[in-house]
Design a protein around this ligand. Structure first.
Ligand code: C5P
Length: 237
């Protein structure tokens, strides 16, 4: 009989969020009165496929983040560590504290507060079906250009072969750990990028518009509107 391990989600939440404007770290900015990080962790926990969540918090906010999850119980076990200088370093620090019985690892940006729980389950399902690396992605709607350092276009890649990649990204633990252990600092902006460097096939599944990342002030408006819609649906349903 095969004994399945547990599934953990690593949540890098140590970014400063400079593109959102000065103030509190991005993951602690509130949407509908509740920090973005709390929304993100509750979405992961409500999928019921995540047993443990490891949060990489801003170094000065580790105790505050622990207190936050005493106040906002999620149902999943929560561990909080101090994040690093880059997203990649924050994920690497979270990986270090995983218990031995975890065999599938998701990495999910705190800055994607409203990922639908069906997307979380779909990623875990694909990993448990035998794919070592799984990412959700959407077709791009804008035409994308490559440019040089002086502001001139160098090319127009075929849009039909481009995808905008989201999180959670899912991995078998051994593959993700090996990729991080071998990586130099700040090589890539996502974890799939690291495992690609090892020749691991990365499976792409359909992403979801509601898994968008809050980066700029206009994304906060969208996030507030989506939360209002979800709260109304809960009240009426
Ligand atoms: O900057 P960006 O929006 O790509 O960040 C994606 C995620 O990585 C965010 O949730 C952010 O908090 C996290 N991050 C981190 N440590 C850093 C930089 C970013 O955990 N040093």
């Amino acid at each position: 009989m095969t004994v399945l391990g547990r599934t953990a989600a690593l949540v890098p939440a140590a970014g400063r969020g400079e593109r959102l404007g000065a103030g509190v770290p991005k993951a602690l900015r509130t949407i509908g009165g509740i920090p973005m990080l709390v929304h993100a962790v509750h979405c992961l926990a409500s999928s019921r496929v995540v047993d443990l969540v490891v949060i990489a918090a801003p170094e000065t906010e580790v105790d505050a983040v622990r207190a936050l999850f005493v106040e906002h119980e999620s149902g999943a076990e929560i561990v909080v560590v101090a994040g690093g200088e880059t997203r990649q370093a924050s994920v690497a620090r979270a990986l270090l504290v995983l218990p031995d019985d975890v065999d599938v690892v998701l990495v999910h940006d705190a800055a994607r507060p409203f990922v639908p729980s069906e997307l979380v389950s779909a990623v875990v399902h694909e990993v448990r079906s035998g794919h070592d690396a799984v990412i959700p992605a959407l077709a791009v709607t804008d035409t994308i250009k490559t440019i040089d350092g002086s502001g001139f276009v160098t090319g127009t890649p075929d849009r039909s072969s481009l995808r905008a990649v989201q999180t959670p990204q899912g991995f078998s633990r051994s593959v993700l750990q090996a990729a991080h252990a071998a990586a130099d600092d700040d090589l890539t902006t996502d974890d799939a990028g690291l495992v690609e460097l090892h020749g691991v096939a990365v499976r792409v599944i359909p992403g979801h518009e509601e898994a968008f990342k809050v980066t700029r002030p206009i994304d906060l408006l969208l996030a507030e509107a989506l939360l209002t819609k979800r709260r109304a649906a809960r009240t009426n349903g």
